[in-house]
Design a protein around this ligand. Structure first.
Ligand SMILES: [Zn+2]
Length: 65
């Protein structure tokens, strides 16, 4: 899990690194004040995804294997 405020830190680090390409392979549920927001955050680049987007990314990754 990742806190909402941590997501912005991850995103800033990713931008500082030059914003390299990210395949969003490591999505984590986002929490805010101890509750799930229902969104997911990429632990690589900090981008936020809705539950539906996260599921689509997971399925795309599975079919690629
Ligand atoms: Zn990413």
């Amino acid at each position: 899990m990742v806190q909402a405020e941590d997501a912005s830190g991850i995103r800033q680090q990713w931008i500082d690194a030059g914003g390299p390409a990210c395949d969003h392979a490591n999505l984590s549920p986002e929490f805010y004040l101890g509750s799930r927001t229902g969104d997911y955050v990429c632990m690589g680049c900090g981008e936020e995804f809705s539950r539906r987007e996260a599921q689509a990314l997971r399925q795309a990754g599975e079919s690629a294997e």
